[in-house]
Design a protein around this ligand. Structure first.
Ligand code: AKG
Length: 349
C-alpha cells in the first residue's frame, strides 16, 4: 500500500517537474517579436553550466581587493576565458542603477555592418540607455568595481549601457567588437543627420514641432556649409577619440542587475555555454585576440526572457591605455587565457 502511494507521489512529482520545465521553455512564450532568430538556438538556451568536465575550471575567492571589495570568482571557460564574479553589487546598488536608468531607457538599436547606421531591429528587443557618469554617482562605484576586479584601465571605457528586458525580450547572437570607421566624411554627415533627426522627432509631440525640428536640422548643416566648416567638422567626427583612437572593444564586463525566473540566459553558442547568473553577479569575456583581431568564439546573445524581467549594465572596455594592464602573451593570435587575467588580479593583492 505504502509503496503504491510512494510510486504515485514520485510520478506526480516528475509530472510537476516536467510541467515547470515546459512552462520555462521558450516555446511556452508563443509568438514574440523576433522569435525566428531563435529557431536554431533555443535548445542551447536550455543548457546548464557543466562544471564537471575540466578540473581547471576553478572557483576561488579574492578577499582583499581595493575599495574593500571581495569576490568569489568562477572560471566558466578557459580559452577564451569567461569569468563569473559572484555577488559583487548589493541590492541597494542595484536599486540605484535601476532608478537612474528607469526614465531614460528607449528601444535599443543595432548597427548595420554595411551602412554603419543604427536602427531598431527585431533581433534586439530590449529597452536601453547609456548612463552619463557626471549625473549618476552609482556609475563611478560600478566603474571602480570593474577596475578592481579586472585590473583594466576603465578611463577609456564606454559609458554603462543599461538594458531592461521584459517577457519575450532578447538579443540574438552577435559579436561585441565594433565596426571601426572606414567612413567618409559624407557618410558621417548622413549618420549624424539621421541620429539627430531621430532624437529630435522622438521628442516632438505635434506636427508643428516636427517642422520646427526639421528646420533646425537643415539650418545647422547649411550654417556649417556656409562657414566652410562642413567637411572639417565631419572629418573631425571620424577622427575623434571616441571612434578609432579608443581601439576596439577588448572585453565586455556585464553586471546582472535583475534576473528573470525563467529564460534570459546569456548564451555563447560556440562554447555551448549558457549563463544564468544571480542578481548581483557579473561576467567578463573577451571580444578580440591579443593581436587585435576579432575572436568569434565569444559571439553571444541574450536568450528570450520567459518569466519575469531582466536588467543588465554593461561596460565595454576599449583597447586604449591598457599598456600596463595586459600581459604580453607569447602567442598573440591565441585567445586570452584565463591566467593572463587572473594572474594580473592576483598580482595586485
Ligand atoms: O543581456 C545579455 O545577457 C547580453 C547582452 C549583450 O549581449 C549586449 O548588450 O551586447
Amino acid at each position: 500500500m505504502f509503496s503504491a502511494i510512494a510510486a504515485v507521489v514520485v510520478v506526480l512529482t516528475q509530472l510537476g517537474a516536467m510541467a515547470i520545465e515546459e512552462e520555462a521553455s521558450i516555446d511556452s512564450l508563443g509568438e514574440f517579436v523576433g522569435a525566428h532568430h531563435w529557431t536554431q538556438m533555443k535548445q542551447k538556451c536550455g543548457l546548464t553550466i557543466d562544471r564537471s568536465f575540466d578540473p581547471r575550471l576553478l572557483c576561488y575567492s579574492l578577499l582583499s581587493l581595493p575599495d574593500g571589495l571581495s569576490a568569489d570568482i568562477e572560471v566558466l571557460h578557459l580559452s577564451p576565458s569567461i569569468v563569473l564574479f559572484h555577488n559583487v553589487i548589493s541590492p541597494s546598488e542595484r536599486r540605484q542603477l535601476i532608478l537612474a536608468a528607469k526614465n531614460l531607457v528607449r528601444p535599443a538599436l543595432i548597427q548595420n555592418s554595411t551602412t554603419q547606421q543604427h536602427h531598431v531591429s527585431d533581433s534586439r528587443v530590449v529597452n536601453g540607455t547609456f548612463l552619463p557618469m557626471e549625473k549618476y554617482p552609482i556609475t563611478h562605484r560600478l566603474a571602480n568595481i570593474v577596475r578592481s576586479l579586472t585590473g583594466f584601465n576603465v578611463d577609456c571605457a564606454e559609458l554603462f549601457n543599461v538594458l531592461f528586458y521584459e517577457r519575450g525580450g532578447h538579443y540574438s547572437i552577435h559579436h561585441d567588437a565594433l565596426i571601426l570607421p572606414t567612413q567618409s566624411w559624407t557618410q558621417a554627415l548622413l549618420e549624424e543627420m539621421y541620429t539627430n533627426a531621430r532624437n529630435c522627432w522622438e521628442g516632438t509631440a505635434s506636427w508643428l514641432l516636427a517642422i520646427d525640428c526639421a528646420y533646425f536640422l537643415v539650418r545647422d548643416v547649411l550654417n556649417k556649409w556656409r562657414s566652410g566648416r562642413l567637411r572639417r567638422f565631419y572629418q573631425q567626427r571620424i577622427d575623434s577619440p571616441t571612434r578609432a583612437q579608443l581601439g576596439n572593444r577588448l572585453a565586455t564586463f556585464m553586471f546582472y542587475v535583475d534576473v528573470p525566473s525563467a529564460g534570459g540566459g546569456t548564451l555563447f553558442p560556440q562554447l555551448n555555454l549558457t549563463v544564468n547568473a544571480d542578481a548581483g553577479d557579473a561576467i567578463l569575456w573577451f571580444n578580440i585576440f591579443p593581436n587585435g583581431t576579432n575572436d568569434y568564439d565569444t559571439i553571444h546573445g541574450a536568450c528570450p526572457v520567459v518569466h519575469g524581467s531582466k536588467k543588465v549594465a554593461t561596460m565595454w572596455i576599449r583597447q586604449r591605455d591598457q599598456t600596463f594592464s595586459l600581459l604580453c602573451p607569447l602567442e598573440r593570435a591565441k585567445a586570452f587565457a584565463v591566467e593572463d587575467f587572473t594572474g594580473r588580479i592576483l598580482g595586485q593583492m
